[in-house]
Each structure stands twice: as structure tokens, then as C-alpha cells.
Design a protein around this ligand. Structure first.
Ligand code: GNR
Ligand code: NI
Length: 173
């Protein structure tokens, strides 16, 4: 198990469409292990494989509260098959856009079809934080970021700030 470096905005890998898995072999298990390690280390409540530079449709998640038992979930080839008409607003953040938070409106509930770590097909219905997180992670698999739901003005401002931070880092190196 290894903590892997996170891909940060404005890295163009974040805009890739991730590829579906054909099965869950040893390499996929290793990827999922590294993703959990990286996600808990950050810490974050979800992680898409592209955030560690792997363009595969793999998501890890754990939305359990701090003092409760951990609830690790690994989702392979996740697909949202239903979204509620009702919407909810939540403040979102992203490990690939560190220390930036904004409110995003999304469907309040979703139904998700996915494969588990044994590649068995499963379906769950989610609401609350889990529903928000699922949508945020599935977006990553399609190259979509939560800042895409903000006004162009806000998004441009964020892009500029992170481009500048990346330049400052390059200058250090
Ligand atoms: O850790 C995370 N917290 C979070 C909070 C609100 C909505 C979505 C998220 S996901 C984020 C981790 C991340 O970037 N996943 O892709
Ligand atoms: Ni994210």
C-alpha cells in the first residue's frame, strides 16, 4: 500500500475520460489499495483513479463520520442509472483543487450501478453526502470537475490561481 502523489489543477489529465475495466485482477486490487491509502492520508471522502494519474473507471469512497467505524467502498465502472428531480446544495471541495470550496447544486438522490472488488454487479440508492460524493467522483471519470458548475467568472479565477501556483512551484524546482 502506497500513498501516491495527487494530480492537481491545472494538470490536463483531470480532463481525460477514464476507461472501463474488463475485470478485477491483482493490478486493480493494488490500485484500489493505493487509492484508499492516498484518500485516507489526504484526508478525503472520495477519490477517482485519475486523481493519482490512472485513467481507469475506479473510485474509492468513505463518507463515515470521523469517530465512527470506517466504511470503505470501492466502486468499479460506476454508472448513475437514476437521479432525483429534487436538488440539494452542498459545499464541495476536491483533492485536485486544494483548499478551494464552493457550493454546488446537484440531484438530492441517485441510484448507482457498479462492480464491487470481486467484479460482482451491485446497485445502491444514495442520498445526502454519499449522493453528492458519488456524483462528484463519477464526474471525475468523465473529466468533469465541480468548478465546471460555477459561473465562468469564478471558474476562470480558480484556473488562474492554480496556474500561477503551478508556475511558482516550477520556479522552486
Ligand atoms: O474529500 C472530498 N470531499 C468532498 C466534499 C464535498 C463534496 C465532494 C467531496 S469529494 C472530495 C475528495 C475528492 O476530490 N474526490 O474526487
Ligand atoms: Ni474531486
Amino acid at each position: 500500500m502506497t500513498v501516491r502523489p495527487l494530480v492537481i489543477l491545472p494538470d490536463s489529465q483531470l480532463r481525460l475520460t477514464s476507461k472501463p475495466l474488463a475485470g478485477a485482477d491483482k493490478d486493480v486490487r493494488k490500485l484500489v489499495d493505493d487509492m484508499f491509502q492516498t484518500m485516507y492520508d489526504a484526508p478525503g471522502i472520495g477519490l477517482a483513479a485519475i486523481q493519482i494519474g490512472v485513467p481507469l473507471r475506479v473510485v474509492t469512497m468513505d463518507v463515515s463520520k470521523r469517530d465512527d467505524k470506517q466504511e470503505p467502498m470501492a466502486l468499479l465502472n460506476p454508472e448513475i442509472v437514476w437521479k432525483s428531480e429534487e436538488m440539494r446544495e452542498m459545499e464541495e471541495g476536491c483533492l485536485s483543487i486544494p483548499e478551494y470550496y464552493e457550493t454546488v447544486e446537484r440531484p438530492d438522490r441517485v441510484r448507482l450501478r457498479y462492480r464491487d472488488i470481486d467484479f460482482k454487479e451491485r446497485e445502491i440508492e444514495a442520498d445526502g453526502v454519499l449522493a453528492t460524493c458519488i456524483q462528484h467522483e463519477v464526474d471525475h471519470l468523465n473529466g468533469v470537475l465541480f468548478i465546471d458548475y460555477l459561473s465562468k467568472l469564478k471558474r476562470d479565477r480558480v484556473m488562474k490561481r492554480y496556474a500561477k501556483l503551478a508556475r511558482m512551484k516550477d520556479d522552486e524546482a
